[in-house]
Design a protein around this ligand. Structure first.
Ligand SMILES: [Zn+2]
Length: 266
């Protein structure tokens, strides 16, 4: 079974605030990417299908692809969903519950967020909803009890609003470590998604499924290569030394209260 591209989007709009712009895809670029996805002959699958396949369930179709969105921006419903629906492409939306309208706790400044009611409506309409913590912290820098709370509180809020189990999580910024992955399992998630900028192989860890970030400057050629199962490394269980060094650096920064950019991902 060839490795699978799991695409990670944040925002689809033409007028993003500056801090979000690098992680925003214009409406025209998004439409072109979805057309390329369809033209590639890949079969869009849900993250739930990936989770099942990675935990001994039914295998994915050959040439699967998945489309995910992090954070819960209002433009998902306005700009992304109509384009997805027009092509019959399923999507998974990982929601930061503490950033939802009208609260938004100033977590994600100057940007319109979905409300919890809208998320429930999207879920009822067939969008797969996952949790993306409550306050969007770097989970691997938190005390385990705080990280556990982030994972369970967001899950409970969504489960109450949607009326069914929330089985999937995505780590803010993609950051996790073995302890965080254990906490995600203990919280009752069946799988969790990281970033890693890698294709996800059949052997990918269920609590660290690799995704590829689609950014404002992602060239069409690279996007096309991902759809060919190329253009990015295939995820392996071993953590790169640079990832570990970067984590210690971020932990030190978190301790002295220097924020990292919210959409930064690794
Ligand atoms: Zn996020």
């Amino acid at each position: 079974m060839p490795p699978l591209p799991v695409l990670l989007y944040h925002s689809v709009r033409d007028d993003p605030p500056g801090w979000l712009a690098p992680y925003t895809v214009s409406r025209a670029a998004f439409a072109a990417q979805l057309d390329a996805l369809i033209a590639s002959g890949r079969t869009p699958v849900t993250c739930g299908q990936i989770a099942a396949a990675r935990t001994g369930g039914p295998p994915l179709p050959e040439n699967a692809v998945a489309v995910t969105f992090d954070d819960g921006y209002l433009d998902f419903e306005r700009n992304a969903l109509p384009q997805l629906a027009a092509r019959g492409i399923p999507a998974t939306l990982f929601v930061t519950t503490g950033a939802l309208a009208p609260r938004n706790h100033s977590l994600l400044p100057d940007v319109a967020m979905l409300s919890l009611g809208a998320v429930a409506r999207l879920g009822a309409a067939g969008v797969e909803i996952g949790a993306h913590t409550h306050a969007h912290p770097q989970l691997d820098t938190l005390h385990p009890s705080a990280a556990a709370w982030e994972l369970t509180h967001s899950k409970e809020i969504l489960e109450q609003a949607l009326g069914h189990e929330i089985a999937l999580a995505a780590y803010p910024h993609g950051y996790s470590n073995p302890r965080v992955r254990e906490l995600a399992r203990d919280a009752g998630y069946r799988a969790a998604f990281a970033v890693r900028e890698r294709l996800s192989p059949e052997t990918d860890e269920p609590y660290r499924i690799a995704r590829l970030t689609v950014k404002s400057d992602t060239p069409a050629a690279r996007f096309g290569a991902w759809l060919q199962g190329a253009g990015a490394p295939v995820a392996t269980p071993r953590e790169r030394a640079s990832t570990l060094a970067w984590r210690y650096y971020r932990r030190a920064r978190a301790r002295v209260g220097i924020p990292c950019p919210l959409a930064e991902s690794r």
